[in-house]
Structures are given as structure tokens and as C-alpha cells.
Write a protein that binds this ligand. Sequence first.
Ligand code: FA5
Length: 347
Amino acid sequence: MSEKNTLIQELETLQAKAEAKLASLSGEVALAKWKTEYLGKASPVMQVFKRLPEASKEERSQIGQFANQVKTVLEQSFELKAETARQATLAEALKSEQLDVTLPGRAPLNGRLHITTQTLREIYRIFAEMGFQIYRSPEVESDENNFELLNIPPHHPARDLWDTFFTKKEGVLLRTHTSPGQVRAKREFASEPIRVVLPGMCYRYEQTDASHEFQFNQVELLVVGKHITFANLKGTLQEFAERMYGKGVRTRIRPSYFPFVEPGAEMDVECFVCSGKGCPVCKQRGWLEILGCGMVHPVVLKNGGYDPKVYSGFAAGLGPERISMLRYHIDDIRNFWANDVRFLEQF
Ligand code: FA5
């Protein structure tokens, strides 16, 4: 047999074998392997081109042509098969990773400010319009600032008004009200005029109920200057109530006792639940207390560095949670710090 016939026969066998193998394959990895084996540089078809010099001159072009033909046929078969494999992979992916673009999207959950933060900011805004600045003071306080300098010496029965959390360190406690901040502000500014609000968390060892928590916020008001009168205090609080709750809100100021003011008072707002008739929220009183207030006691002014013969002042302690309760008709203060989103997301 001539060299031509041998090579052509070899190529025919090779083509048949390659095509049969290709037909039996599936998967892109197997196909890539097939391509290297039958069309790569070291593949038998390519080797035929190297062996061409072995054939005679006349046979060379015929063998070359035939080898080229085999190579083209194999390449076309490969492309066809590869395309079919790509389509199969795509169809599989479309089936397994199905995405229904007609489904409604999921709304992102928006965070928001806690209801007390919102109320605190509203309180700051109202008092800022009246010329008050914010003065911050610590939640962990000395007994001296929380009680003694506010005219409540040790063993004075007035201490019973505030059930206190004491720390293990002698003379250090969690403040029961924001009034100790008064001492700090006065000592810092004496004897300049003062018009500040002192906000923050307070703590009391309380039996909790619908209107009492053991942690709650207060906002203290403090005004010190010359010729400050009880009329200024009343006017400021009435203006605050109207800006907070709207014109026509029913309030009352009644006498009360706090050792650090003289005279002392409390301000109530009509109960939103019973409209003044009496219910468990207002303890049958018809009114809800929102703040304590009064004219700063001469001893307390003196402790802060102001001469009570020259200066006078007023102070008040507001409860922002109670103020929110009245505003949004919330009937239990324990909701504020229970961290139940069903409650929190309503505001
Ligand atoms: C005081 O704490 C005084 N320091 C207020 C004050 C300041 C009087 C300056 C005079 C001059 P009282 O204990 O009443 O007072 O609390 C004031 C306000 O804090 C209350 O009106 C109420 O709104 C709020 N509050 C008091 N205790 C609680 C509590 N357990 N839970 C929620 N809010 C409370």
C-alpha cells in the first residue's frame, strides 16, 4: 500500500473514532479534553502534517487536503457539540435558579428614633425657642449632689421621696432625678444668669405600675437671674404645655413639697383616658402629673454660688415618658423600655 493510502486510511479511522467518542460525551470538561486529544498540537491529525515529507511530491497535496478536510469536519462537529452542551447548561441553570421577576419586592425595614428621643427633641425645640440651652450632667452621681446640696441632709425624711439605687462605693448612686445637674450648672456659671434644660435618664428602686418605671427620663429646667418670679415659672410652663399639646389644653398647678424649692408645686394635665372622670391610669384623680417645680430654695442657690439676696430662680423636672403618654394616649409606661417592636414601630 502506498504512503498516501496508508495515511488516508489512518485519517478515516481516526475521524470515525473521534466522531464516535464525541457523540458519547457530555459536559464541558469532557469536551475540552476531547478537543486537546483530537485537535490539539499533539493530536494524530496534526501529526499527519508533520509526516507529509514522508510521502511523494504528488501524494503530498492530496494527503494534505484530506487531512485538512478531516480537521475541518472534526472542528465543526466539535463546535456543534459544544454549542449543544452550552445550551443544555443554560437550560439547567434557568430551571434551577428560577427567578420570578413578577413577585412583589420586599420592603426594606426602616429604623426610627425611639419615641422618647422624639419627645425629648420636641421638648428641646420648644425650650430652645424660649432661649434655653442644653446642659448635660452625669447619671452616676454623688450623694452630695443628688441630695445634700439640694437641701436634703442624710437621715432627712425627705429622702423617702426617692427610692434610690446605691452603688457599692460609699456616697455614689444612680441619680434619682436630674436636679443634681442644677448644682453643677450653677457652680459652673455663678454668678452669670442661667437658662438651661438638663435632660437624661434617672433611676429609682420603684414598684413599677402603669405610670412608674424604675428607669425613666427627666428634663430639668433651670433659670437663675435677678428678679425671676413665680409668674415667670408659671408662664413658661403654660407656654410649654400649649406648644406641646396644643392651645386649650387643660392644666393645673397645685402646691407640693420638694426640699430644694420654696414654694414648690406640681403641674398636671387632664387625663386623656377618662377626660378627667377618673380611671386606673390617673389613679382616679382625673389628672396626670407631668412635672414638679418651684422657686429655687435660698440654701440651694447659695450652695451653687449665687447670693439669694441678689439672685432668684425657678426650676422644674419634667417626665418625657409621661408627656408622650398624654400625647399619644399610651396607657402603660412599661411599654417604653420593654423593647417590643410592635409598640415602638407605631411612633
Ligand atoms: C422630682 O424628681 C424633682 N426633682 C422635680 C423638681 C425639679 C421639682 C425641680 C422642683 C424643682 P418627682 O419625683 O415628682 O420630682 O418627678 C418629676 C417627674 O418625673 C414626674 O412628674 C414624672 O413626670 C417623672 N417621674 C417621676 N417618677 C417616675 C417614674 N417612676 N416613672 C416615670 N416617670 C417618673
